[in-house]
Ligand binder design. Sequence first.
Ligand code: UDP
Length: 387
Amino acid sequence: MVDVMLLAGTRPEAVKLATLAQALDTRPGLRPLFVHSGQHPGMVEQALAQFDRAVDGWLEVPPRRSGTQAELISGMLPALDEAMRRYAPSAVVVQGDTATALAGALTAFWLGIPVVHLEAGLRTHDLASPFPEEGTRQMISRIAALHLSPSPAAAATLRAEGVPTERITVVGNTVVDAVLTIAARDLPARESALALLEMGVAEAGEQLVLVTSHRRESWGEPLARTLTAVRRIVDLHPQVQVLFPAHPNPDVRAQVETALSDVSRVTVTEPLEYPDLVRALRLATLVLTDSGGVQEEAPTFGTPVLVLRDTTERPEAVTAGCAWLVGTDVDLIVTAAGHVLSGDLRAAPAANPYGDGYAAVRSAVAIEALLGLADPASAADLQTATG
Ligand code: UDP
């Protein structure tokens, strides 16, 4: 058996790696090993549980005081070094653009363990936005041995940067696999506020607007403008109910609660468990978000998205007519939301441009090939699995 370490420290990494772990389970000779970096304690476990998966190993990292990237990464590096020497995986998979992904890629690279980068090749080409993620993913691209790209455009970006074609596989985004897996289970709402909103939509013709915003570049003024826009949307549209699952970051939470706690028809909750988030995405008439993952998930249900960012490394939904980049200009958000709520602006009835639900199986087959384990049946399996 050959161990493949999957490293996660945040919610989106857990969601996007969970289906890869499931796919690796089905490959003879490969064994996924889920390691939690400790970056966001609690979030990884909560997300994985929805896929009937548990963490196999935790890093022993010192408690954080300053909250800086330097403190976070310098705390993880020795623990990652120890874990990778102990488990001796044949490959380490890192996902996206987090501090965990960077620290994991560096450590594996230094130990001579091949780095597999899932969701490789996303770019805004602006190191300041998103910060520090744009720099992080560019750095990982320089040392990865296998680049699993979510789209042909992302693969083209990597080739333009000099990454050899044979090191890149276009797999789609595993978040689409995740959202389809969870939606198919159709679990009833766990969060009571969501259950009530579902009744309101079904029985009273209400319209749900799902809002999430937590990214670093949104903190402070941009988030304040988004919250003003939310208040105006509620004022202007008496049938609208807003659901805002607030990120646990204490500053973000405090700002959201202060601005919205007294507004009727606005419900601020704890982060939703993933199946509830998927239910809300499916039910919503409109999504306002700065989240990468949510932008990628919403097109599965044809739910229109207003992206609360000035640039996006995920242009596919905008190009496909499922999302609009509005930034955090209050008037622009309110006007665009009005068009969606009145039905003037609809998401194009396109397939989700981020994937077809088979990204994990393609990734597992590419990892097998990287490790020299590909057997002739792999190509046939892939053909059968992906139609
Ligand atoms: N998510 C969730 N519960 C929530 C909000 C988001 O399960 O209350 C999921 C969401 O569906 C997506 C992932 O978390 O799969 C996105 O994470 P986040 O917005 O934290 O990060 P980003 O995608 O911006 O990196």
